[in-house]
Design a protein. Structure first.
Length: 258
């Protein structure tokens, strides 16, 4: 009998990050619907397009399995959509059959990690299917299902997934990191419009650009999540970094992985 776990993160990069962190526990990706545990079938859309929008991504989680666990990782952007995604999924699945329900969010807003955690906790408290969330980010409740919210990068600092990836790059790809950092820090913005600069000048903009630069060498022309999945960002000594270990500990406790 599988232990079923459900996670919501903020985008495709985060999905692949969690997948790599869970890989040492033997969880492998499910690619074929025919291999999917019937428990998850209610989360797989039966029609296309979604909401009559041909450009809208089909909202299907990534699924992973091991000898003991079956885990779905959903991506959603913004607190409102995150809460809606949790609400809809739990309504389909029924929380009693889940061993753990977790969220992994960036702490990249003007609010502190604690403030964003409390905000999302309040929003989740309004759901018909309530979760017994702990009082602090990075902790896991002892109820059923277990639940918790991890605020990247470490539940205390402002930042994003990219802060962790840059630490990983310092171990896996130090020369690429040095070159990418020199390139991005030396970029001139003269001649760029406000729209051109908007993403780059956000608090996490330069870090995202450095990660993108490294990824563009490792996987030219491909998305960053492909590099996270295939390359050595989260392998060997990088898994021993304190922030990576904290994520692993959180997930192992949430999903009851020994």
């Amino acid at each position: 009998m599988f232990k079923y776990g459900y996670l919501v993160v903020e985008g495709p990069h985060d999905v692949e990050f969690v997948a790599r962190v869970l890989r040492p526990y033997g969880l492998r990706r499910i690619r074929l619907k025919s291999d999917l545990d019937p428990f998850w079938e209610s989360l797989v859309p039966e029609s296309f397009p979604i909401d009559d929008d041909l450009l809208k991504r089909v909202p299907v989680p990534m699924f992973f399995t091991s000898a003991t666990h079956s885990v779905a990782i959903d991506g959603a952007m913004g607190d409102t959509l995150i809460v809606e995604t949790v609400q809809e999924s739990l309504a389909y699945l029924g929380p009693d059959q889940l061993v753990g329900v977790g969220l992994m969010l960036d702490a990249d807003t003007r609010a502190t990690p604690s403030q964003r955690f409390l905000s999302i906790k309040d929003k989740l408290a309004s759901l018909e299917v309530t979760l017994d969330l702990p009082d602090n980010a990075g902790k896991v409740s002892s109820g059923h299902p277990k639940s918790g919210v991890f605020m990247l990068p470490d539940n205390q600092s402002q930042g994003t997934l990219e802060d962790i990836l840059l630490e990983c790059a310092g171990i896996a790809y130090p020369s690429l990191l040095a070159g990418a950092n020199t390139f991005v820090q030396g970029v001139g913005v003269n001649g760029l419009t406000r729209d051109d600069r908007r993403e780059f000048e956000k608090p996490a903009g330069r870090n995202k650009a450095i990660v993108s630069s490294i990824s563009s060498i490792l996987k030219p022309g491909k998305a960053i999540q492909v590099s996270i999945q295939d390359n050595r960002w989260l392998k060997d000594d990088a898994l021993n970094l304190p922030r990576v270990e904290a994520v692993q500990t959180f997930l192992a406790e949430l999903l009851e992985i020994p």
